[in-house]
Design a protein around this ligand. Structure first.
Ligand code: NAD
Ligand code: MG
Length: 384
């Protein structure tokens, strides 16, 4: 039996790795929609290779190139944010949500409304929408499976256990490329150094987030919504080898951990096949060659992002969406050479502390909060 699938953000790191897995068992899948922001040529090639029904670019300016590349193929081409939402709302068995940033929120919510399975990589969407997204999942009977390796690990360790039996959930963090750097070194860190992650090969934005530890901050908030055990039962440990992807301790003091290679195809495969299993091309875990696993407490002086995330969870309301929006603006400014590395967390903190708003109750509320925080963050940029 074939299953239908749409991949939002198909041309990115998670999108490509999803297509790599699907390409290995092509007869089992029928591709509905593939989307990208622009990258029209790459998207068209993927749509042709996999026989997608529709290819969509978020940026309408890239539509003519997409149309040209797909002409005569019978594959629909579309562009713009309304087209993205229309593609995401087509009923499919599985939607892989792999757009980066809050830009993916509208499409994810459209997919949730179809009530299928959503394999969620787009953590910024959940961080911004929080309860609004979780309520939509419940209302429409959708199944939300976390692709993020830590949350996928927690999901696997929980295996249906009651959250009331959980004593503690521990997210592991690699610590990123600057784990051992001094404050002075961090002040001078460049975009090239920040995107060179020691363990994972990822898109530029999440690579910078890993370097600032804001990735772990966003994941902290993501875990808070996915596994609501309360902040006192949610922790972070730095584990530089990235072999244990997270763990769950139960009230009898039994701790379950999920281990695997640091390759996103493992958690993606777990979502694609769930509740079954599928093959992946990775080599088996070779513990003797890994040798040792080590663990450290996070240093929130050099890396304040996880502290800010905790504050955002405690403040609730619009704080997580504001944190995310400010971070997106700051990371883009850092990558463009406009601000220094340590200014990223500072900008997030200033935006969060200067900005208050009511609790978002709908998608429109969340998008308005996101916009307001972006404007505030851009104003901070103008002052630098
Ligand atoms: P990426 O930058 O490699 O790819 C992003 C994709 O989104 C591309 O297809 C791009 O065209 C599309 N996109 C970007 N901006 C868009 C916009 N405004 N409108 C529509 N489409 C847009 O990113 P990635 O590393 O694949 O990460 C995707 C998501 O998955 C992020 O939320 C990230 O945090 C999460 N994630 C990634 C990894 C990883 O290993 N890469 C691991 C865990 C979680
Ligand atoms: Mg992760």
């Amino acid at each position: 039996m074939t299953r239908s699938i749409s991949i939002l953000g198909a041309t990115g790191s998670v999108g490509e790795q999803t297509l790599d897995l699907i390409g290995r068992e092509r007869d089992k899948w029928r591709i509905e929609a593939l989307t990208a922001n622009c990258s029209a040529e790459k998207l068209a090639r993927m749509a042709l290779d996999f026989g997608a029904k529709i290819a969509v670019v978020g940026d309408e300016a890239c539509l003519p190139e997409l149309r040209e590349a797909l002409s005569g193929s019978g594959i629909e081409a579309a562009g713009g944010s309304a087209a993205l939402i229309e593609a995401a709302s087509r009923p499919v068995d599985v939607t892989v949500a792999a757009i980066v940033g809050c830009a993916g929120l509208g499409p994810v919510m459209a997919a949730i409304e179809q009530g299928g399975t959503i394999a969620l990589a787009n953590k910024e969407a959940l961080v911004s929408a929080g309860d609004v997204m979780m309520a939509a999942v419940a209302k429409h009977g959708a199944t939300l499976l976390p692709v993020d390796s830590e949350h996928n690990a927690i999901f696997q360790c929980l295996a249906g256990s009651k959250l009331s039996d959980v004593a503690r959930i521990t997210l592991t963090a690699s610590g990123g490329p600057f784990r051992t750097w001094t404050q002075d070194q961090l002040d001078a860190a460049t975009p090239e150094q920040a995107v060179a992650h020691p363990n994972w090969d990822m898109g530029a934005k999440i690579s910078v987030d890993s370097a600032t530890m804001m990735n772990k901050g966003l994941e902290y908030i993501e875990a808070h919504y996915l596994f609501p055990v309360g902040l006192d039962r949610l922790g972070i440990v730095v584990h530089p080898q990235s072999v244990i992807h997270s763990m769950v301790e139960f009230r009898d003091r039994s701790t379950l951990a999920q281990l695997g290679p640091s390759d996103m195809r493992v958690p993606i495969a777990s979502c694609l096949a769930w509740p079954q299993r599928m093959d992946t091309p990775m080599a088996p875990l070779d513990l003797p060659s890994i040798g040792e696993l080590s663990f450290f407490a996070p240093d929130e002086t050099r890396f304040p992002a996880t502290r800010l995330a905790r504050q955002a969870i405690e403040a609730g309301g619009a704080a997580p969406a504001s944190l995310n929006a400010a971070n997106e603006v700051a990371v883009a400014a850092f990558l463009a050479g406009q601000i220094g590395f340590t200014r990223i967390a500072a900008m997030v903190e200033e935006t969060m502390s200067n900005y208050t708003a009511h609790t978002p109750r709908s998608l429109e509320d969340v998008l308005a909060t996101d916009q307001a925080a972006r404007i505030a963050a851009h104003q901070l940029l103008e002052l630098t």
